[in-house]
Each structure stands twice: as C-alpha cells, then as structure tokens.
Design a protein around this ligand. Structure first.
Ligand code: AMP
Length: 485
C-alpha cells in the first residue's frame, strides 16, 4: 500500500504535490518523494520519514516546474532500503523519467529474470523498477512513450496504479482489474491524478472520475486524453480500501468511504447487538464504524481510548515486540468513561490480534466490566499478494482459529465480525467486483498455490498499435480560471 500523485498545472506543482502527499500520508509513512521537470532539467527530492519531515519550504521552492509526480511509501519488512524510495528516477536517451507505483506485480520476479538475462541491470529490489525497465525496453525498440506503456501494460500481472513523468509529459495507468484506487480531477490551473480523492480536495479541485481499470491517461494543464488499453470481464477493487486503508472522507467508485463504514457499523449492530453503556471506537480506524453502530443502536458514542495523534499506525514497526510497544504508546484508556461500564469496542479489523488483545486488557485494567468487540471486516484468513502488507497465514490469528477461539485469545466478553454479505451490501458494489482474497483465499489473478477466481483479461485488439491515434479520447478541457492572485 502506497500513495501516488501526479500533477500538471500551469502555476507550478511542487507545493501542490506536497499538499497532495500530506493528504495521502495515511497510505505510507516510511518515506516520501517528489520529482518535477522544467525546461530540460529534472528536480527531485526524496527521503525516509513523514511528508512534513522530508520536505521544507526551501526544498519545495527548488522543485521547479509545471509537471511532477510524488509518492508516499508504506513500510514492508525487508524492503526498507534507501534506494527503494520512490519516485523511481532515471535518465534514458536524454529523457528524464520518474515513476511512482502503488500495487504489487505477481510476475515481477519472472519479468526481472527475463530482462536481467537480456542484460538489464537493476538498482532496487522494487517491482516499480521492473515496470520502468519494461517501458524503457519498449521505447528502445522504437515505440513512442504511449505505445511503450501499452506494451508494458500487456506484460504486467497483478496490481498497479502508476503515475509516470517523462520530461514534461504526465501519464497515469491502472491494472485491468482496478485493484488499487486511482482517480483524477482538476487543480486551480491544471489536472491531478492521485490514489484518493482527498488529494484533489486539498487542491480546491474537483474530482472528475476514477481512472478506469485498464485505462491510460495523459494529463496536461489544459485537459486529459484517455485510452482503454486492457479490460477484464469485471473489476476486482481491493475490499480493504473501504474497510481500512482509504481515508473516511475519500470517495471511491462513487461511494463516500465514511458512509460505507457507518453502514458497516449499523450492520454490525443488526448482526450482533449488545447491551452496553457506551460504544467506543479504536481510534482512528474504528471511528466511523463505531458512529454507525452507536446511531443505529441508540447506545451513546463515547471515546474510551485517546490516541496520541503524533504517532504512525501500530503496524509501522516490523518486529512483534516493537509493534506491541507501539500500541501501548499510541492508545491511552479514558478510565472515567469506562470504569464499571459495559463497552462495545469497535475496530475495522483483527490481523494478528495484537491490537485487540492489548486494548481489551487495557480497558479491563481500567475497570471496564464487559468488552464486546465488533469488527468491521470478516475474519482475515489469507495473505494478500497484491500490495497489502498482510502477514503469512501462520501470523494471521483467524487463519486457523474459529471466532470463539479468537475471542478467548483477545479476552473479549463477546466478539463478532461482520459477514461478507453485509460488508458487500454496505460497500454497494457487486461482490464479483471486489477483490476478497484476504477474506476468502480466492484471488482475481493466478498465484501459485492459491485459488484463482477466473477473470478474463481482454486486450484492445493486437491492432492497438495502428489504432492508437484514433483510439485516444479527448477529455473535457478544463476552463481555465483567470490568473491566480
Ligand atoms: P493486529 O494488531 O495485528 O490485529 O492489527 C489490527 C490493527 O491493525 C487494526 O486496528 C487495523 O486498523 C490495523 N490494520 C489492519 N490491516 C493493516 C495493514 N495491512 N497495515 C497496517 N495496519 C493494519
């Protein structure tokens, strides 16, 4: 999971990219980077740390140009190397390339081996560099950049939402299953493409729409052009975006995530009501779900835990010991609210069980008489191979335990996970349009040793090369406002 953004704006992009990355900070806290281009020069800055730590005003002033891309990276064990920080920048035949990727290719190792055999060298361990090498290889063969992307998309398998800057040109493309989110909209004097609509909101811009699964876009300050490259018989949007990853104020596939989560909360009450004095979220991931539960049940919403706002998410540390410590520092029980009370405690998910176990213990130590845990996702049974940092089956508490055993393990008075059907209903998309791999063990792409739900991936012809020019669809050109004061 990462956050990506690309902006083409006649008024300069570095500060807008910075603000967009700030809005996407929840998608990755390990590192951040921005690359821009202006008049034959490439400007770039990236480092480990939060967006506000990596950039300052002077750095941003130095990132010149009206086009650029940015990235926030999510930590995954073992890959915490400085060279893996994105955007991935390089030069080829006097052109500057900067690429930022959210997702995970399932054929990266195979492609990498193939290209290494042919003489390619790699400087990172990311699949993002593999995407770059495929594009450059096609470009080297004499194709235009657009055609090189088209060929590249035909070779990639897995999840990818990508923004690519080649000199002053900005492209975006998304895998045919639309696994990771990607949307685009307007900025004051241009266009933006980003992982979530919240990055458009902070520009004072307007969301135009999602980038369609299998679509490539070229964005300029004045407009956008679109080409449908590949298509699957149906999409497979990551269900976890709705449950946890996306910000509650994001709009994905026309659904306001906040409202989806409130509906999840209401369904949790319908499925497993509890008699309690208060409904408390695990902040912040359980907040909108808890609000839904409280409204629907009539039980007062009252925070039983206070979050230290200046910490990252509990998962941010790779080892189990550090993770437990992180939970302790992050959340403090509000004894006055919970002592002697029966509490409904609402969170989005249980992964390893560390968070829930610790919080239930904290609440009981603070005098809570009963802690009824309600979870906004069905039990997580299987790993994610498509870009979410889900651990192995051995680490997933629900992979081999029934709910009753998990309840005992986390020491809760009662435990209920929302059913998949109720979750899908809350999301409002057909079940077949969602990737539920981590909940069902059935994935939308073939993965060795796992079940695959057949999805036909259909490409636009073999004739796309000759048709490319005619297939481009011009998007609405934005009316330019008068010069900004
Ligand atoms: P755990 O303590 O391992 O059971 O993790 C559960 C907590 O981690 C929940 O409060 C979730 O909000 C959060 N969470 C769920 N999935 C992820 C993920 N892939 N990365 C980071 N945090 C997550």
């Amino acid at each position: 999971m990462c956050g990506i953004v690309g902006i083409a704006d006649a008024g300069g992009v570095s500060f807008s990219l910075y603000h967009a990355l700030y809005a996407l900070q929840h998608r990755g806290q390990e590192s951040a980077g921005i690359s821009t281009y202006s008049e034959g020069c490439f400007y770039k800055h990236k480092d480990q740390g939060l967006v506000g730590e990596v950039f300052d005003e002077a750095t941003l002033q130095g990132l010149k140009g009206n086009v650029g891309v940015g990235h926030v990276r999510y930590p995954t064990t073992g890959a915490n190397l400085p060279e893996n920080i994105q955007p991935f920048n390089f030069r080829f035949r006097d052109h500057f390339f900067a690429l930022a990727h959210n997702g995970n290719l399932v054929n990266a190792a195979q492609l990498r081996a193939e290209y290494e055999q042919a003489g390619e060298i790699y400087s990172t361990t990311t699949d993002t560099e593999v995407i770059a090498s495929v594009i450059v290889d096609e470009y080297r063969k004499g194709h235009s950049i657009q055609d090189a992307i088209v060929f590249c998309m035909h070779k990639l398998r897995g999840s990818y939402s990508v923004v690519l800057m080649v000199d002053d040109e900005l492209y975006a493309f998304r895998d045919p299953l639309g696994i990771k989110p990607l949307c685009f909209g307007t900025t004051p004097r241009g266009h933006i493409v980003a992982s979530e609509s919240v990055a458009i909101d902070v520009q004072g811009g307007t969301l135009i729409r999602e980038v369609r699964p299998g679509e490539m876009l070229r964005l300029t300050p004045d407009g956008y052009e679109s080409l449908q490259i590949t298509m699957a018989d149906r999409p497979a949007h990551c269900i976890f975006e709705f449950i946890y990853f996306a910000r509650a104020d994001a709009v994905i596939e026309d659904q306001l995530v906040y409202d989806v989560r409130r509906k999840i909360g209401a369904s949790l009450y319908d499925e497993a009501p509890a008699k309690a004095d208060l409904v408390s979220p695990v902040p912040d991931s359980g907040t909108s779900i808890a609000i839904g539960f409280a409204h629907h049940s009539g039980i007062p919403y009252l925070e039983g835990l206070m979050k230290n706002r200046y910490m990252g998410r509990t998962f941010i540390k790779p080892s189990q010991k550090e993770r437990e410590l992180a939970v302790r520092i992050k959340l403090n029980p509000i004894t006055g609210h919970i002592c002697g009370k029966s509490v409904v405690l609402v969170d989005d998910s249980i992964v390893r069980g560390t968070t829930s176990r610790h919080i239930v213990d904290l609440m009981k130590e603070s005098g809570a008489e009963e802690v009824h845990v309600r979870i906004g996702s069905p039990p997580i049974k299987a790993p994610c191979y498509l870009g979410v940092d889900m651990p192995t089956r051995e680490e997933l508490i629900a992979s081999d335990k029934e709910t009753q055993q998990v309840r005992e393990s986390i020491n809760a008075t009662s435990l209920h996970h929302i059913t998949l059907d109720a979750l899908v209903q809350a999301i409002g998309l057909p079940k077949e349009h969602l990737c539920t791999g981590c909940l069902t063990g059935g994935y939308p792409v073939p993965i060795e040793g796992e079940a695959c739900l057949a999805r036909i991936v259909d490409f636009v012809g073999g004739t796309y090369q000759t048709k490319l020019g005619t297939l481009w669809e011009k998007g609405k050109t934005k009316k330019r406002p008068s010069r900004r004061k």
